[in-house]
Design a protein around this ligand. Structure first.
Ligand SMILES: Cc1cc2nc3c(=O)[nH]c(=O)nc-3n(C[C@H](O)[C@H](O)[C@H](O)COP(=O)(O)OP(=O)(O)OC[C@H]3O[C@@H](n4cnc5c(N)ncnc54)[C@H](O)[C@@H]3O)c2cc1C
Ligand SMILES: NC(=O)c1ccc[n+]([C@@H]2O[C@H](COP(=O)([O-])OP(=O)(O)OC[C@H]3O[C@@H](n4cnc5c(N)ncnc54)[C@H](OP(=O)(O)O)[C@@H]3O)[C@@H](O)[C@H]2O)c1
Length: 275
């Protein structure tokens, strides 16, 4: 008979030890301030592309330390993807930035949010306006077939300080255009999905805040579009409080009205972070 070994904590029991634990399957660092990661998906989790959940780690005090995170993967994906900031003195991300494949995070399986198709009335063209990590909900939505079924044209704008901060979005758009299933929906010309990246502090092909480029008509000239109208255009906005505020003014100026899950209209807004 073999000698009984002392019981060590296996990965499985460690998963059970954490409430709502999911296992990290992949981590990618994009800059010293940005990273993305994928985790296992709870079998029972259903969500609408664009929604967010609470995720986190166990705090030093033994209590879960949770923050809101947009799910960056589409609702059909087997796993969940997140795109995260690294705040060096941030209670959560000072630790979360060090996660590795095989580690566990806490994920509360209660998705909510306003950046969902249900919160908008039917239209012809949808604009996704993002700054920084605000691209996360749109990373989900531009991989969702429903987006292309609902609209003739999908425009993703992403404004960051530096070129390196655009890379996650650039690769994402490239992957969508190379995806067999989505290609069929986007069409052979691949121009149903239009990508409009801009930087504000580092030289790039298109410089400037998207708000300024909308106000002076540059965006419309560049894309060959006359402007926005409540009859045809729908918009989703995700960035800092100041960005959301400024963009709301612009959209209202075009006659678009803010909608909600319970009251769909022409545009919806969500904060990419608080503060
Ligand atoms: C609805 C919603 C969805 C969110 N989705 C995401 C997401 O998908 N990815 C993500 O990285 N964060 C997201 N956040 C922000 C997230 O909840 C945390 O604030 C972030 O993870 C930092 O946590 P922390 O504990 O390290 O620092 P916190 O104490 O939460 O934040 C410290 C400071 O860091 C800055 N900050 C926080 N988050 C960001 C950010 N994302 N970009 C730039 N500056 C920031 C702010 O100035 C904030 O006051 C979301 C927030 C909300 C309200
Ligand atoms: N990104 C970095 O390298 C960096 C480094 C250290 C600390 N931080 C801190 O981290 C926090 C978040 O930084 P972040 O870069 O992720 O987000 P951010 O400050 O919201 O900026 C992201 C992008 O949105 C633009 N923007 C900001 N407000 C806008 C508005 N009202 N209208 C239109 N565009 C607007 C910015 O342009 P502008 O450049 O014109 O503002 C920038 O291109 C800030 O408190 C910042 O001080 C950032």
């Amino acid at each position: 008979m073999t000698e009984q070994k002392p019981v060590t904590q296996s990965a499985a029991t460690a998963v059970k030890a954490l409430p709502d634990a999911q296992t990290v399957t992949q981590v990618q660092h994009w800059t010293d301030r940005l990273f993305s990661f994928r985790v296992t998906r709870p079998q029972t989790l259903r969500f609408r592309s664009g929604e967010f959940v609470m995720i986190g780690l166990m705090g030093d005090n033994g209590k879960p330390l949770l923050r809101a995170y947009s799910i960056a993967s589409p609702s059909w994906d087997d796993e969940l993807e997140f795109y995260s900031i690294k705040v060096q003195d941030g209670p959560l991300t000072s630790k979360l930035q060090h996660i590795q494949e095989g580690d566990q995070i806490i994920l509360r399986p209660k998705p909510v949010g306003t950046l969902v198709h249900d919160a908008l009335l039917p239209g012809k063209r949808i604009w996704f306006f993002a700054t920084g990590t605000g691209i996360a909900p749109f990373a989900s939505l531009i991989r969702d077939p429903e987006t292309y079924e609902n609209y003739d044209e999908v425009i993703l704008t992403h404004t960051c300080r530096d070129v390196a901060e655009l890379e996650y979005g650039r690769r994402l758009v490239e992957s969508v255009k190379n995806d067999e299933m989505l290609r069929e929906l986007i069409g052979d010309g691949l121009d149903k999905l239009r990508y409009y990246p801009t930087t504000t502090r580092e030289e790039s092909p298109k410089m400037g805040r998207i708000t300024e480029l909308l106000k002076d008509g540059t965006v419309f000239r560049d894309l060959g579009i006359e402007g926005m109208s409540p009859e045809t255009d729908r918009a989703m906005v995700c960035g800092s409080l100041a960005f959301n505020h400024d963009l709301k003014d612009i959209l209202e100026g075009f006659g678009l009205r803010e909608g909600a899950n319970s009251d769909p209209k022409e545009y919806v807004v969500e904060k990419a972070f608080v503060g």
